[in-house]
Each structure stands twice: as C-alpha cells, then as structure tokens.
Design a protein around this ligand. Structure first.
Ligand code: GLA
Length: 527
C-alpha cells in the first residue's frame, strides 16, 4: 500500500451502521445460510421493468438517513457546493455543526454553498437531518488540502445512452432526474457530459476569435446548463482529449490546453475526463505517455475551482503506476466496457478481473476506474452508438456488477438513461450499505482472495475493522461457496450481514458459506 493522506480522527468516521448492527445482533446460529437471489429464469433477460420481484433491498424508511462520503477533499479558497445526500420523507430540516466560516447551509434543501477556507486542515463537521420520524447525525470530515476525490466519485455520464446525440436538454434532465429518482440522496453528485458537445470535425469554426472552444448547436448555453446542475447542489463534468480530435471525431484540446482548462473552469465545471483518442504528436516517444496528462493536471490545479481529473487512456503504459503523479484522481485501467464482448460471462466480469489486479495502487484521491455502470435502459455500443434498450444482464449479473465495483472502490458512474430509471435499476444503484462499501474512508480497493472452479472471492478491508466480502459464482449452475476464516486471516465468532438485503444473517465461527445463483453474488460484511 502506498501512503495516502490521513483524515480527521478515526472515531468520527465509524459507520452508523455498526451501531445498528449491535442493536439487532440476534442470538447467533452457526449453520450455513441459504442465500439465493435466483433470478436467472428463462426469458428474464428482456424486460428490466419486469425485474421488480428481484428487488432485494428494503426501501429506505421515512426517517432521515444521511449517506454519501464521510471524508471530502477540497482545495483552499475554491468555490464549494455540496448537497447532503439523505433519504427520508420531506420536509427534512438540515443543520451542520462546525461548518467553516464562508460556507452556509440551506436548512430545507440541505445544500451547502460558499467557499473553502484558505487554511489547509481538517474540518470536523456534523450533519444533522431531522423530520417528524426521527433525527440522524453523521460526521463529515472536510479535508482542505491538495487532494480531491478522497472517496471514489459518484455520478452519471452521458456516453452510453446519448452518444453523439447528446444535447444540453439531456444534461439538464439528467440533473433533475438525479434529484427526483433519489440517486442524489444515495450520494450520486456528478452530472457529466462525455464526448460530442464540441464542434464536429469539418464544422469549423471550432473556436472563437480568442481561441476559446465553441460548443456545437446542441449546447446553446453551457454556462446556463452548468448553473442548472449547480442549482440542485450537484456538480458538473465534461470531456475532452489531449489529441486534436476526440474519439468520436470532435474538436480536442491539442495545443489549446491552457485556453480550454480556463474556459472549463469559467463555465463552472467540476470534473474533467481526459481521453487520449488521437493524441500522437510528431516526435512522440514512448516514454512521453504521461506528458499530456501532466500538462492538463497542472492546468486544472491552477484553476480557482476543484476539478476532479479522470484519465482515460485505457490502461496504457501501466497508468496505475503514474496516474496519481499527473494529478489524476482516477484512471481507466482497461478498454471500453461497452465494447467488451464476453465469451462465457458478460464483459463486466472480465473488465473487473483486470481492474482487480491493480488494487495496491488505489487509495484516497487516486482510483482505478473499470468504467461505467451499464445497466438499466442503455445504448448498445457494439452496434455503434446504438439506441437505448433494457440491459441484457440478468438481475443476478447486475447484483454482481455493482458488488464488484463497490468492493473495488471504483468510481460509480451510471451511464444508462436517467429518464428511464426503473425500480430494479434504482435498487441496484442506491443501496446505501453497498455504497458505503465503495465510499469507505479507508479507501482500500478489495482484492481477490480466491479465483478457482468458477468461484471468485473478493475482500475489502473497511475502516471500522470489518471486511466486506463478495462470493461470486461464475458458473452456469447455482452452487455453494464457502470462505474460511483462515483464508481471511480472522478468527473467533463473527456476525455476517447480507448487504443487499440489509439484514444480519447470523453469527458464524470458522467459516461462512452461501448458496449463490449462477453469475450471482453473495455480498456480506463480516465483523
Ligand atoms: C472512448 C472512451 C469512452 C468514451 C468515448 C467517446 O472510447 O473510452 O469512454 O468517452 O471515447 O468518444
């Protein structure tokens, strides 16, 4: 493990769930559990709206529950915007103790705005949310310093549903839907436009007389769009390439990096995806792979905004070894997930297995990125920027996908249609305990404990000393998967909690085993 920045006193960050666990800890039973989703029935692949009966997670209650990161990085003096993610019946009254001077909280929306203090230090804040059903308190450590994205960024990206059809209206609608669907209450906050917002190659002029990049006709008011996203307390992201042309053949930032970084900040963007595409300038040497990323990284850091920086160059030249040194907060470790044709298993498994290899390089502010969550109503990349249709992943495969991403502390970006979210897809995306695995402040990426005989076991050490474990069945038949305490280097009696069902299974000693459906997962926390 590399050294990553420390944060406020650890006691602050203990999960509230642990308290809940202690209260409901029932008399232990030492048998093995029967844990089965069993959703792979014939004919279940077509209609995601027919998947309601496979929803495992109880709906959030009417009482408030604050979600999202417990640690959050910001640079001194940057503008700050943060909407406290919180489920529960509205109206909720929000308050925050210890909020630094210069920031203010709107008590009815839960949106904090203002500017980050000038002094680099940790600010221990306590969020409180209250309604007629209860009060919820949660510690939030604001770490003012150089590092952003102390937990994996979460949001939505336009690529896999709108491709080159994307419009400003899609982006505004996505922001509205992030609020209305409850995704923002679960912690999703970035609304990111991918490729194709700029002028297409051949549609000159590409820039105005001062060299500033011009959006295409589908984006008549970029500033207004960003303001709209911010008005919800959400953050806005965009995309460009260090090359002359983006991957879809639109205008990139080559030789205009400075103007573009300035313009992005002026528009108010909070996130940049920097996609290699056509970058290969004359005289390029192999050892120069980091160069364009260092250049943009410095430019972003010099803006008076916090712009989270996502490197996209498909894992070339072992980017996990040097991505963080360019200022990168995350880097794609593989080619496009949407283009990955799986032989025996859906593509995400192969991408996940590849991404899992680099677990030692991930940590707060620096994440391996295995690409987006392609579920729900999503466009088929394999047919060439295809129109949206329901995912062909079975419910069990979707549970596996999200579990694997959470265990790997992956950035969580949904890239299906925000305007066609169905209850099953939302159940996959917004389970607060699964998201807590991903967002754990310790920031360790889970690693593979065992991969043999169609069984895959992944473990993620959590800040509270517990382990999050995924038992994945890669085979075609339901099977029992066991994990021994020895393999996990733990001993004694432990409580095992089913994270998808948000329910304790019981107390176990020496081992835990579970019946896992084909291509499915048992995702548990052992503590
Ligand atoms: C590349 C990236 C994708 C997407 C497209 C846009 O393929 O890897 O994620 O951004 O470009 O053209």
């Amino acid at each position: 493990m590399k050294n990553f920045p420390k944060h406020c006193s650890t006691s602050l960050n203990k999960s509230k769930i642990i308290n809940a666990f202690l209260i409901i800890l029932t008399a232990g039973f030492l048998s093995t559990s029967v844990y089965s989703v069993n959703s792979s029935d014939e004919g279940m692949r077509q209609e995601s709206s027919g998947y309601e009966r496979y929803i495992l997670t109880p709906e959030p209650g009417p009482e408030p529950r604050i979600n999202g990161p417990k640690v959050f990085g910001a640079r001194p003096k940057s503008p700050f915007i943060y909407r406290i993610p919180c489920t529960g019946e509205r109206p909720i009254v929000f308050s925050a103790a210890g909020l630094p001077a210069g920031m203010s909280l709107n008590g009815s929306t839960g949106i904090i705005t203002g500017s980050v203090p000038g002094e680099s230090k940790d600010y221990e804040i306590e969020f409180v949310a209250e309604n007629g059903h209860g009060t919820y308190k949660r510690a939030f450590c604001l770490i003012v310093g150089d590092t952003l994205a102390l937990t994996p960024p979460m949001g939505w990206n336009s690529w896999y549903i709108h491709y080159n059809r994307v419009t400003e209206q899609h982006m505004r609608n996505a922001a509205d839907a992030m609020i209305e669907s409850g995704m923002a209450d679960a912690g999703y906050m970035y609304v990111n436009i991918d490729d194709c917002w700029m002028k297409k190659r051949g549609d000159a002029p590409y820039r105005d007389k001062d060299g500033a990049i011009l959006p295409n006709d589908k984006f008549p008011d970029i500033k207004g769009m960003v303001d709209h996203i911010h008005s919800h307390g959400l953050r806005a992201g965009l995309y460009t390439s260090p090359g002359k042309w983006t991957c879809a053949n639109y205008v990139g930032s080559y030789s205009r990096e400075e103007e573009d970084a300035r313009k992005f900040a002026k528009w108010g963007f909070d996130f940049l995806k920097y996609d290699w595409c056509s970058y290969l300038p004359r005289g390029f040497r192999k050892k120069d792979y980091a160069r364009p990323y260092i250049k943009m990284g410095r430019l972003l850091a010099s803006q008076e905004r916090d712009i989270v920086y996502n490197l996209c160059q498909y894992g070339m030249k072992d980017v996990w070894e040097w991505g963080a040194r360019t200022g990168g907060n995350s880097w794609r470790t593989t080619g496009d997930l949407g283009l990955k044709k799986g032989k025996e298993l859906p593509g995400f498994y192969y991408i996940g297995l590849e991404n899992a290899k680099y677990h030692e390089y991930a940590g707060p502010g620096a994440w391996n990125d295995p690409d987006y969550l392609l579920i729900g109503w999503v466009g088929d990349a394999l047919v060439g920027m295809g129109e949206g249709k329901p995912t062909n992943l079975t419910p069990d495969e979707q549970y596996s996908y999200m579990s694997m991403w959470a265990l790997m502390a992956a950035p969580l970006f949904f890239s299906g249609d925000m305007e066609k979210l169905d209850p099953f897809t939302l159940n996959i995306l917004t389970n607060s305990e699964v998201i807590d695995v991903d967002q754990d402040p310790l920031g360790r990426q889970g690693h593979i404990i065992r991969h043999a005989d169609n069984q895959l076991i992944m473990a993620k050490p959590m800040e509270d000393g517990s382990l999050s474990i995924g038992l994945f069945n890669l085979g075609e038949e339901e099977m029992r998967i066991s994990i021994s305490w020895k393999e996990l280097s733990i001993d004694g009696e432990k409580t095992v909690r089913d994270l998808w069902r948000q329910k304790n299974i019981g107390a176990f000693n020496g081992k835990f085993s579970s019946i896992v459906p084909s291509h499915g997962v048992s995702l548990v926390k052992i503590y």
